[in-house]
Design a protein around this ligand. Structure first.
Ligand SMILES: Cc1cc2nc3c(=O)[nH]c(=O)nc-3n(C[C@H](O)[C@H](O)[C@H](O)COP(=O)(O)OP(=O)(O)OC[C@H]3O[C@@H](n4cnc5c(N)ncnc54)[C@H](O)[C@@H]3O)c2cc1C
Ligand SMILES: NC(=O)c1ccc[n+]([C@@H]2O[C@H](COP(=O)([O-])OP(=O)(O)OC[C@H]3O[C@@H](n4cnc5c(N)ncnc54)[C@H](OP(=O)(O)O)[C@@H]3O)[C@@H](O)[C@H]2O)c1
Length: 258
């Protein structure tokens, strides 16, 4: 039994850890040559824990072609994995399940011209990976990246997103991108201030992105707080959009970020 579990993961090395706020971390680990994933998928990361293991899901932030694997973590008070990650340091060992998981993939949409990425908290992670793939820019004429957080200091990727223009592979496409931060608990310059369902209902989100949402052209991907995913999905259904299924094309693909 133990041998079967051991065969399913590799032991990797933490390369660096950055603490952005007391509860927000990014870190990178070594990538085994055999590790394959598609932008939008998540890894299972783990630690040995007594006689067993602790495993949790983390979306990959890195590009599919990156030499290392980067992750973005929101530390949860009292959370068992968060307690381990809060201690993480360069040089530590971390376990990586050999398989990448998930179907949160923009390539599943077969039509549409605008891709709207709606995220809360750590739900921005899979979108940061997707944005580094030339294919998504070739596929969609406009991309809107929306990140909702409670407080302005949680918008830790704003500078990175603004600097994508210098990215060697996708920099040339970034005039197709609009980034719209949302800060729900304090007025913040440049950010919208309501939750995503309200912003969709009252038209402020489309206005902020400078896009005219419509059933023919607009495709939505939702990732983050499960309550946000449920409420936003319902709002989009009320607006006449439908879930995308491979056999019944629609406009919405979603993933609960925890
Ligand atoms: C598909 C998938 C992808 C995920 N990707 C990420 C990721 O990229 N980054 C990340 O930080 N976490 C991610 N998670 C959550 C992660 O797997 C852990 O649950 C999280 O790190 C907390 O682990 P824990 O053991 O400390 O607490 P747990 O016991 O696992 O969680 C305790 C509670 O904390 C809350 N919570 C858990 N994760 C989050 C979160 N990210 N933001 C806000 N509240 C949360 C929930 O209410 C949960 O019930 C993902 C989960 C899933 C299912
Ligand atoms: N952020 C805080 O102030 C705070 C305080 C205490 C504990 N915590 C805990 O810390 C952990 C991480 O929190 P987090 O702030 O990173 O993640 P989060 O609670 O998921 O919040 C991220 C963003 O999602 C929004 N959101 C939450 N529910 C929504 C819904 N149903 N529809 C639309 N938007 C929704 C939040 O808006 P709102 O700001 O309006 O909720 C916020 O903008 C969680 O376990 C949380 O319970 C957070």
């Amino acid at each position: 039994m133990q041998a079967a579990v051991e065969a399913k993961f590799t032991e990797e090395t933490v390369l660096w850890v950055k603490q952005h706020t007391p509860k927000l971390l990014t870190f990178a680990i070594t990538r085994p040559e055999a590790y394959r994933f598609s932008a939008g998928q998540f890894s299972r990361l783990g630690f040995r824990d007594g006689a067993g293991f602790i495993w949790r899901a983390y979306s990959v932030v890195s590009a599919e072609y990156a030499d290392t694997l980067e992750y973005f973590v929101v530390l949860i008070e009292g959370g068992p994995m968060s307690a381990r990650l809060a201690q993480l340091q360069a040089g530590d060992s971390i376990l990586l399940d050999k398989t990448a998981f998930g179907f949160f993939l923009p390539g599943r949409f077969t039509d549409g011209e605008q891709l709207i990425m709606l995220s809360t908290g750590s739900g921005i992670a899979p979108f940061l990976s997707m944005l580094q793939q030339p294919a998504v820019w070739e596929r969609f004429r406009h991309i809107g990246l929306v990140h909702s957080v409670s407080h302005a200091n949680e918008l830790i990727f704003s500078q990175h997103i603004n600097e994508l223009i210098h990215h060697p592979l996708i920099g040339e496409y970034t005039d197709q991108l609009t980034y719209q931060p949302v800060v729900t608990r304090e007025p913040t310059a440049g950010a919208l201030g309501q939750r995503l369902p309200q912003l969709l209902q009252n038209g402020t989100l489309a206005e902020g992105l400078g896009l005219n949402f419509n059933h023919e052209q607009t495709r939505f991907m939702l990732c983050g707080n499960p309550a946000m995913v449920t409420d936003t999905f319902q709002t989009l259904l009320d607006m006449g959009y439908s879930m995308h299924r491979n056999k019944v094309p629609g406009q919405i693909i979603m993933e609960n970020g925890f």
